[in-house]
Design a protein around this ligand. Structure first.
Ligand code: ATP
Length: 327
């Protein structure tokens, strides 16, 4: 019987627990023995590896975060600790490891795979930033977008009641995906992200005209990548002459009940990963591309820059030169 293990590394996302459930269920179904590594790469070094049972995943599908915990590990960046991690996997007879994480985690996984020949490694893109090259979807993104939507809808209520501008900062590290999709789907008046050039003078002209026509409030979505949220609040006060407030959504974007989409994506990602391990892959990442789940070489994933797709950027053009809207 083949022993396979799973761990979560880097930031947690909603949908990881659904992935753990599928991992256990499908591994048994395929005649494999599933193991959990607790606490990411730290747990791999500390030998926190144990056999998983159906009872371990009962009732977790609807819970955010990850039951087996996650970590960031400085020790894992050193080869000597990775050697310990490999010995621990061997001690449990594990021949395949699934890593749920972002591109940092995949870089670590790549190093591990270069240092051994007897274990297969497969990554599942899991980050709310949706910033991994080679895949159009990362686990957790849909739940994060829905958490942002709920927050923006609530903020709109108070913005309109008081007649204020609200500048809402969303996560994404260097990537504007979350901000752009959130701005488009919440009807925001302004969206500032690194990928779309913007001109505050153009916004000013539009917003002042809209104010003349009766607009009493504004919703602006700003990506954390730009690091200018406070300046934009000031800009609204000074240039648009409207009382303004800032809301940094922060970690509420990471947690929460996973959406149906994330649960289903978790199932597909894990099924593809286990099938690949059964076939004996060495080191790869499951990607979602044009409706299909494919295994891609890690070098095409972790070491490439992610670009927001052209169709979505085309929709974002409305924020590059905002048109005057009748109010
Ligand atoms: P998120 O997108 O949520 O931040 P991530 O996987 O990109 O997830 P990182 O903190 O970048 O998160 O990486 C997670 C862990 O992967 C690190 O703490 C480290 O243990 C390992 N790792 C990252 N980069 C490397 C590297 N170049 N070599 C070895 N290990 C690495």
């Amino acid at each position: 019987m083949k022993n396979i293990a799973i761990l979560c590394s880097g930031g947690d996302v909603s949908g990881m627990n659904a992935a753990l459930k599928r991992f256990v269920d499908y591994a048994f179904d395929q005649g494999m023995r599933p193991f959990f590594v607790e606490n990411g790469y730290e747990g791999l070094i500390d030998n926190k590896i144990s056999a998983a049972a159906y009872s371990d995943v009962a009732g977790i599908i609807s819970i955010g975060g990850t039951k087996i915990r996650t970590s960031r590990s400085e020790r894992f960046k050193e080869s000597s600790y990775r050697q310990i991690a490999l010995e621990n996997l061997r001690e449990h007879g594990i021949t395949g490891l699934v890593v749920l994480g972002g591109d940092g985690s995949f870089k670590g996984m790549q190093k591990l795979s270069e240092e051994c020949n007897d274990i297969g490694f497969i990554g599942i893109p899991s980050t709310i930033d949706n910033d991994i090259a080679g895949t159009q979807y990362c686990l957790g993104v849909d739940t994060a977008l829905n958490a942002i939507r709920v927050a923006i809808d609530s903020i709109r209520d108070t913005a309109s009641s008081f007649g204020r501008a609200f500048v809402i900062e969303v996560m994404g590290r260097e990537c504007g995906y979350l901000a752009l999709v959130s701005a488009l789907t919440s009807g925001a008046e302004m969206c500032l992200i690194p990928e779309v050039p913007y001109n505050l003078e153009v916004y000013k002209e539009e917003f002042l005209e809209e104010k003349e026509q009766g607009r009493s409030y504004f919703i602006a979505i700003v990506s954390e990548a730009l690091k200018n949220t406070e300046q934009i609040v000031q800009w609204f006060e000074e240039e648009i002459a409207i009382e303004s407030r800032m809301t940094v959504l922060g970690h509420i974007q990471r947690g929460g009940i996973p959406t149906v989409h994330d649960r289903l994506m978790a199932f597909h990602f894990v099924t593809t990963a286990i099938d690949a391990l059964r076939e004996g892959i060495k080191s790869t990442v499951v990607c979602y591309d044009d409706g299909m789940f494919l295994c891609k070489d890690i070098k095409d994933v972790a070491f490439k820059k992610y670009m927001i797709d052209e169709d979505l950027l085309a929709l974002g053009k409305e924020f590059e030169s905002p048109q005057h809207k009748q109010v």
